[in-house]
Design a protein around this ligand. Sequence first.
Ligand SMILES: Cc1cc2nc3c(=O)[nH]c(=O)nc-3n(C[C@H](O)[C@H](O)[C@H](O)COP(=O)(O)OP(=O)(O)OC[C@H]3O[C@@H](n4cnc5c(N)ncnc54)[C@H](O)[C@@H]3O)c2cc1C
Length: 502
Amino acid sequence: MTVRESVRPLAASEVGDYDIETEVLVVGYGAAGASAAFEAARAAARVLVLDRSGGPGGASAMSGGEIYLGGGTPIQRACGFEDTPEAMAAFLTAALGAGADAAKIEAYCAGSVEHFGWLVDRGVPFKPTLWDSPTWVPPTDDGLMWLGENSWPFTELATPAPRGHRPTANDFGGKLLMECLTEAAETAGATALFDIHADALIVDDSGVVVGVTARRYGREVRIRAHRGVVLTTGGFVDNDRMLAAHAPELLGHTKVSAGTDDGSGIRMAQALGAAVRHMSAGQVGMSLIPGLAARGMVVNARGQRFMNEDTYPGRIGQAALYRQNMGGSWAGGDTAVWVIVDEEGFEAVPESQRWGVRPHQVAETPAELEELTGLPAGSLTDAIRRYNEFAERGADLDHHKAVRWLRPLTAPFAAIDVKAGVRPPAESGNRKGTGASVFTLGGLHTDLDGHVLDLDGAPIPGLYAAGRAANGLHGFGYISGTSLGDGTFFGRRAGVSAAARA
Ligand SMILES: Cc1cc2nc3c(=O)[nH]c(=O)nc-3n(C[C@H](O)[C@H](O)[C@H](O)COP(=O)(O)OP(=O)(O)OC[C@H]3O[C@@H](n4cnc5c(N)ncnc54)[C@H](O)[C@@H]3O)c2cc1C
């Protein structure tokens, strides 16, 4: 049998015998897929999970493991923080940007304490201690961290509470999270098949999705799903053609993925008439150490500050890529960003937390630093003088960095070029290159129960999606933890819906 290359749906009438039959078919075994598989199996459906890799995990297993949870979780309360679903929703509505899904945010925040309990019941441990400084991932096993809630402008829009919940691990917690979720899914009865790439959906005469056609070791495999197909295949950052078509600003940067984000789930559903949302949106991680940035200044190619450095660092990345770009080629676009710190600020962050970052230029005066970095003459002199004036008066009138992080910078000064990269402890290489590490946020349009919606807004019968194959909560903005958060939360709902389908 020849292998089918197209994503166009296959008519069920053309399929003779199926190679495999199941009730709920989950395509993609990351956090969203494991959550869907668990719930569908718990509802007594026969569940098969496919993954193109040799095992489960996807990007979820490589991740920091931060999960955005709040509304008064036991961890928040044990750390002395009051929180409400309303305050959490107000923050997410502001932080996730224009077009964030209001109904999903409301459901996600209202269900967040329950979802925390669900994770704990699946064996995911969280330590009730707070890491209280800007970072990508706490270097300790603290279970709670701030993700920009205590930074401007959010301090004026929502009652702040830390909501980054990370499974008990020093540094990255994604592996532990995935171990717990896959064990839960398999204990509930889900089975899995690896090294198999789903290529297209199979649809019956009335438009119901009844299975997929896939490839395994060069052979086509046709799988019948009697209740539904759940697409949890991740985003499309590894598909340069899709990036060029939808999110060209994200081309050429370090890809934050397991290398499997080929957009195949999105394309399969699009080929059937599925709607997509916010396909240009992306998370932009800058290769900077948030603890150093908060203690100093972040400047653009003109030597000017452009954001409060104590905010969630992905916001600095988005601002650098989308708003500070000086033009030229967008592919691998100009993310010219320097972190300027003094010795006291640099030494305040222990070496183990600096992820291999060292000062690239050190100077006794701002003018000398301008010469060494090539930043315009006078720019750092002005920026440091203005910053120090704000620090002296205890108010950052330009960018509203919290007073806690404002201190006059004194010689010697150091400049760190983000293009030199960082070396996160859980990764083998150095993130060297453009200074930006990206993944996509756009994806299939789904409803609160994970149904994939068509261009008229109607559910496509038998088809569900969650995780980064879907757009989930997001508008144009991103906050760490909302990807694993919405993937597991709405993945569960998709699994329940698919299992319940007659
Ligand atoms: C280093 C790193 C750190 C991160 N830190 C965080 C964090 O702390 N918090 C957070 O919320 N997010 C974080 N993220 C982002 C987050 O990990 C991902 O966005 C999230 O895991 C996506 O989950 P998912 O279940 O949708 O996809 P994945 O976990 O990527 O799973 C998708 C699976 O689908 C499989 N697949 C794809 N296409 C097919 C196909 N056609 N057929 C069969 N199988 C297929 C893939 O092999 C993969 O296993 C991080 C990511 C990385 C890489």
